[in-house]
Design a protein around this ligand. Structure first.
Ligand code: TRP
Length: 330
């Protein structure tokens, strides 16, 4: 019995943080038990918005892959690879462009949103418009059944299915229509209670040292109305307690801290030092695996090249069918 296939990718645009861990990596790790998983570094996708400064992409790719393995993504169980090492993605992307109306891409919600949010970047390039179509190629070239993604990516999967149907109408059945695999994950705010983002400088990174983590958590935003330790505070929506709920497995400690916070009988220092201890305990094994991987020269590169080779075999099989369907066989 073969396992259903899962494909997912991540753009190498900097260090990974707790948001990536909770929002993606913990899920990637779990899925390995049930699915045949393909996880890749979406370096071409990083280029669609970061084309003006490309010098950090390959280093970020390797660093991110170290974090994936740190988080329990296992190269023995899953195929880990690099998008640009499987150039068949680009060939399929080109062929999909023939059957994709430009208006379908213009109406994808992330397109206008990102243009507005990243106003300091010039995103009028064709590559950025094509982002979701390249993503469709990434997924369908492996006949993926499921794609673990966040809520914001659901329209991209919708587009993938529409493009698959249109391709099938012209050329006959070739692909599997991919479905999103949504796992409800708690939204982690950044340290300053804004959205967690590298550009806001409000993240805890998986590669942070225990001392970094303590320092960052000590500066974390809490209930602003609570000017002294004896003022009753609000627990709901308070980032310090959202993090306690997400990372502190000692429920009794968390309940006790919440009760004393509400009553105004606990100081921020105690709430924060216990949180830092919990986060560090959670991160310790991730750091250890990450360091072990980085300590072996060439190991990561080898894993990713090996994985890319395996992925490429599957991608080439699909492309043979695609070329036959389009009647481009010589
Ligand atoms: N767009 C995804 C993101 O920003 C990254 C990505 C690229 C992806 N290709 C993919 C995710 C294919 C899933 C499948 O998170």
């Amino acid at each position: 019995m073969t396992k259903p296939r899962v494909v997912s990718g991540m753009r190498p645009t900097g260090r990974l943080h707790l948001g990536h861990l909770v929002g993606a990596l913990q899920n990637w790790e779990r899925l390995q038990q049930t699915y045949d998983c393909y996880y890749f570094v979406a370096d071409w996708h990083a280029l669609t918005s970061h084309y003006a400064s490309t010098e950090t992409i390959t280093a970020d790719a390797l660093d991110n892959a170290a974090d994936w393995i740190g988080a329990g993504v296992d190269p023995e169980k899953s195929t880990l690879f690099i998008q640009s090492q499987v150039p068949e993605h680009a060939e399929l992307y080109l062929l999909l462009q023939m059957v994709t109306p430009v208006s379908w891409l213009e109406r994808v919600p992330t397109y206008k949103e990102q243009m507005e949010q990243l106003a300091d970047r010039d995103l009028s390039n064709l590559g950025f418009l094509g982002y979701p179509l390249l993503q469709a190629a990434d997924v369908i070239i492996y006949n993926a059944h499921y794609v673990p993604v966040g809520e914001d990516q659901v329209p991209h999967l919708e587009l993938s299915r529409e493009v698959v149907r249109r391709f099938h109408n012209f050329y006959g059945e070739v692909f599997v229509e991919p479905q999103p695999l949504l796992t409800p994950t708690p939204r982690l705010p950044g340290l300053d209670n804004r959205k967690m983002s590298k550009s806001y400088n409000n993240t805890i990174d998986l590669s942070d040292t225990p001392a970094d983590v303590l320092k960052k958590i000590k500066q974390m935003y809490t209930d602003p109305k609570r000017v002294r330790a004896d003022v009753p505070g609000t627990v709901e929506g308070n980032p310090v307690f959202i993090y306690h709920d997400a990372f502190n497995p000692n429920r009794d400690e968390v309940d006790d801290l919440k009760a004393r916070y509400r009553a105004g009988t606990v100081g921020d220092v105690e709430v924060k030092t216990t949180l830092a201890a919990a986060v560090n305990t959670m991160l310790d094994p991730i750091r250890a695996r990450r360091e072990a991987v980085l300590a072996k020269p060439g190991y990561l590169r080898e894993i990713l090249m090996e994985g890319s080779k395996r992925a490429r075999v599957v991608a080439q099989e699909t492309m043979a069918k695609v070329r036959a369907a389009v009647k481009l066989e010589y």
